[in-house]
Structure formats: C-alpha cells, structure tokens
Design a binder for this molecule. Structure first.
Ligand code: SF4
Ligand code: SF4
Length: 143
C-alpha cells in the first residue's frame, strides 16, 4: 500500500514537471518581449498631427506643465508641434480628455526608462510615432 502511494506521488511530480517544461513561462522576456497591456492603459502619448488644430487645450489641461506647443511649426493646414516632458508627466490623462479633435491619445507603451533625463523630453517627431529601435540579443532581433 505504501509503495503504491509513493509511486503515485512520483507520477504526480513527474506529470507536473513535464507540464511546466512544455508550457509557456508566466514571466515575460523583458525588455525583449513586450507585455500586452489593456487598451485603456495610460502609457506614453501619440500625437496624430493631421487631426490637430493647434487649439492648445491639451496644454491648458495639463496640471504639471508637461506639454509645450509650437504653433509656428506646421506640417498641415492647422496643426502644431507638441513637446512632451516625461520627467514631469503624471499620466493623468487630462490632456487626452481635453483634445476634442482625436489628435492626442495614450498608448499602452509604459516602459519609458532612458539613460538620461534629457532623453525623456520627447520632440514632435518622437511623439508622432511608436516606432522604437529594435533590441538585439544573441543575434536575435526583438520588437
Ligand atoms: S497625462 Fe496628465 S500630466 Fe501627462 S501630459 Fe497629459 S495632462 Fe499632463
Ligand atoms: S493635440 Fe488636440 S488639444 Fe492639443 S492642440 Fe492639438 S487638437 Fe488641440
């Protein structure tokens, strides 16, 4: 009876080991692999410049003065360039709420760490795109 119980325990342990060996890990291969965040995540912004009317509501709504607007920098008929300071931003979402022209959104990109504070100042070009430098590790390219 004792022997059968021991064999049963061994079988259960082996089953668990095999299942864990072939199942996907719970952890992510960060930073090479992006975790999927919910759609409503308030990550870094994206500025859809062709929709922008240079109204400045996003700048006025920001409680920490993290956005600067340059109305003289135009790509389209009525738009403006936006500069974001991510050393100040608290990701409250008020600027996105204030924009009535579908020109400013949060994205699910939350990993903003940079080697310097200066790199957290996003210029108009950077805030208009989500493209990032691909990461390489052991000859494999990620992102
Ligand atoms: S999310 Fe909040 S703190 Fe950040 S730029 Fe927008 S209004 Fe300012
Ligand atoms: S992003 Fe929106 S709120 Fe900000 S200036 Fe452009 S249209 Fe106005």
């Amino acid at each position: 009876m004792g022997m059968i119980r021991v064999l049963g325990d061994i079988f259960r342990v082996l089953k668990h080991i095999v299942r864990q060996t072939f199942s996907r890990p719970f952890t992510y291969f960060y930073p090479f692999e992006d975790r999927e965040y919910p759609e409503r995540t308030r990550g870094r912004h994206i500025h859809i410049r062709e929709n922008c009317t240079a109204c400045g509501q996003c700048v006025r709504a920001c409680p920490v003065v993290a956005i600067r607007i340059d109305k003289s920098d135009r790509k389209y008929e009525k738009d403006a360039a936006l500069y974001f300071d991510y050393t100040r931003c608290i990701f409250c979402g008020l600027c996105v709420e204030a924009c009535r022209f579908n020109a400013l959104f949060h994205t699910p990109v939350v990993d903003l760490s940079e080697p310097s504070r200066e790199a957290l100042h996003y210029d108009p070009e950077r805030i208009e795109t989500l493209e990032r430098e691909p990461l390489e590790w052991r000859g494999r390219r990620f992102r």
